[in-house]
Design a protein around this ligand. Structure first.
Ligand code: G6Q
Length: 554
């Protein structure tokens, strides 16, 4: 296929950008009373408003042409068809199969002609059985007491999704069970967690697809030692340790009983794995029915993505808008701004999903790209961010498109809280779109009684350029189904962008590098000899550390 930057549609978009770059959204809205109707879509309980973007119908026509021209339809079929589209690791990419089980009469999904659904559904059933036995206090620890605390030990894809979803669905969680997440190899993380726990009533889930990740293995060993100090008998470990992994032998070698090992598959990428047994801690927290609803929500987004014409296809539109700013406006970042406290880990989750998938500079044909790919994704709770970095979004020199996410009603729904929250969502997106003109600022300052000289001095600082794009997701409430749909919409957005940028969104060699580098340096830290094998900075840092560390524990 012709290189993206050499395609006719690419140069048409570049020309179109020249036409639109100075048009203000304020004027677009003034000229077209139907803009919201034209540029908003619905998926069940989710409204997606993308009308506050620097687009016209012509922009959308051209972007949609870009999607077609990139063979997107065929790529979607290839992913859902279980083809080996992760070519650098020779793997299929079939996380969508994990959402297929709770559907009545779920369709077969195959890899190399083999239907994966029986195994997927079988494993889900086992996960639910374990979760329910913990939730109903049937699962007992070594001294016969029920489990009060569950600790998921994992990192990256084996951590961020379960943590994010457990936090997001807090109102649906069982009350007398506490779920903890430990990821950092920094001893403070596991020690701070264990400090509050009773070994006799704690269950550990070691979540690691490879079962070799240093951070997870070191933390799991510490947990094992902590537990054995109390229960002494290794043969009782099975009451307190379960594992989720594709490396069953390694989990068993660690001492986890085979019956306590839950399987995952090489065709599920870490950052796409919260729907698999990696979500065990979520199921324990919210129960099987709610987890099914989460899967159903994702399934609904899968069906929408697979079967909706691109013009009304939410992930396709999300992806195209991202490309519009990234590749034509030269925008480097996007902000994810949830106006729901329970979504506080959502930006961190998406940061991995997006940046690990599309933060790549070599295309599917092994060629260096000559266009910009995955953006820098960052974000925080919207309200908190208003009092922090929104300054840059409103008046900085950078164009940072933002996604706002907000529930129409909250779980408890206390009107004075919720209406005030929502007023901020609407006010912020409006202000980002409209800005504040010189004339408006002048009138405002005049009304405060300032004289002409004082007004002239202050005026430039109070002008807001506006024309800052936002997408707004409004959803009925943050229930499991809606959360499932939202996550899957973003997953598919990332996939579409990867297709258009001609990237393999499903490998992560940059992450693998870190795993190897640290292992080799670790050996050099075991003695006091100065090292000389690195560059002068790295040698200097290692040697300074060796010279200054305490004899014990450093
Ligand atoms: C995700 C990445 C990465 C991975 C972690 C943990 O897509 O591959 O974040 O999930 O490095 O790996 P393990 O699950 O193998 O421990």
């Amino acid at each position: 296929m012709t290189k993206l930057s050499e395609r006719h549609i690419w140069s048409k978009l570049q020309q179109h950008y020249q036409m639109i770059k100075d048009v203000h959204m304020r004027d677009m809205f003034e000229q077209d009373a139907q803009r919201f109707e034209q540029f908003s879509l619905k998926l069940n309980d989710i409204l997606f408003d993308y009308s506050k973007n620097r687009i016209s119908s012509e922009t959308m026509d051209l972007l949609l042409q870009l999607a077609r021209d990139s063979d997107l339809e065929n790529w979607i079929k290839r992913m859902f068809g279980g083809e080996i589209i992760n070519h650098t690791e020779q793997r299929a990419v079939l996380h969508v199969a994990l959402r297929n089980c709770p559907q009545s009469g779920s369709e077969p999904m195959t890899i190399g002609g083999e239907d994966v659904m029986p195994e997927v559904c079988g494993e889900l059933k086992r996960v639910k059985q374990l979760a329910e036995s913990v939730r109903t206090r049937c699962w007992r620890g070594v001294t016969g007491q029920p489990i009060t605390d569950v600790v998921n030990i994992g990192i990256g894809g084996s951590h961020l999704g379960p943590l994010m979803a457990t936090e997001a669905l807090r109102p649906y969680a069982i009350r007398d069970l506490h779920i903890h997440y430990v990821s950092n190899i920094d001893e403070n993380h596991i020690n701070d967690t264990l400090e509050t726990l009773n070994p006799e009533t704690t269950l550990f889930i070691v979540s690691s697809k490879s079962f070799t990740t240093q951070d997870t293995m070191v933390n799991a060993m510490t947990a094992r030692k902590w537990l054995l100090r109390k229960i002494e008998d290794e043969s009782e470990l099975h009451r307190h340790f379960v594992a989720v992994t594709a490396n069953i032998e390694a989990a068993m070698a660690f001492g986890i009983a085979e019956a306590n090992v839950f399987k995952m598959w090489d065709w599920v990428g870490g950052r796409y794995s919260m729907w698999s047994a990696i979500g065990l801690s979520i199921v324990i927290a919210i129960g099987s029915e709610n987890f099914d609803a989460l899967l159903q929500g994702a399934y609904a987004a899968d069906q929408h993505f697979r079967h909706t014409p691109f013009e009304q296809n939410i992930p396709v539109i999300m992806a195209l808008l991202g490309i519009w700013y990234n590749n034509f406006f030269g925008s480097e970042a996007i902000a994810i701004l949830p106006y729901d406290q329970h979504l506080h880990r959502f930006p961190a989750y998406l940061q991995q999903a997006d940046m690990e998938s599309n933060g790549k500079a070599v295309d599917r044909d092994g060629q260096a790209v000559d266009y910009s790919t995955g953006p820098i994704l960052f974000g925080e709770i919207g309200i908190a961010s208003q009092h922090a970095f929104y300054q840059l979004l409103h008046q900085g020199t950078k164009l940072v498109p933002a996604d706002m996410l907000a529930p129409i009603s909250n779980f408890r729904c206390i009107a004075e809280h919720h209406r005030a929250l929502m007023s901020n969502v609407f006010a912020q997106t409006e202000a980002m779109m409209k800005g504040k003109t010189r004339d408006e600022v002048y009138a405002e300052l005049k009304a405060t009684g300032l004289n002409e000289q004082e007004i002239e001095k202050l005026l430039p600082y109070k002008i807001f350029p506006g024309n800052r794009p936002t997408n707004t997701f409004l959803f009925k409430t943050l229930d499991p189904k809606t959360l499932g749909s939202l996550i899957a919409l973003y997953e598919h957005k990332i996939f579409v962008q990867g297709v258009i940028w001609n990237l393999n969104s499903f490998d992560q060699w940059g992450v693998e590098l870190g795993k190897h580098l640290a292992t080799s340096i670790l050996h050099e830290l075991n003695d006091l000899q100065p090292v000389r094998s690195h560059d002068s900075s790295t040698n200097g840092l290692i040697n300074y550390y060796k010279a200054n560390r305490p004899l014990k524990g450093g």
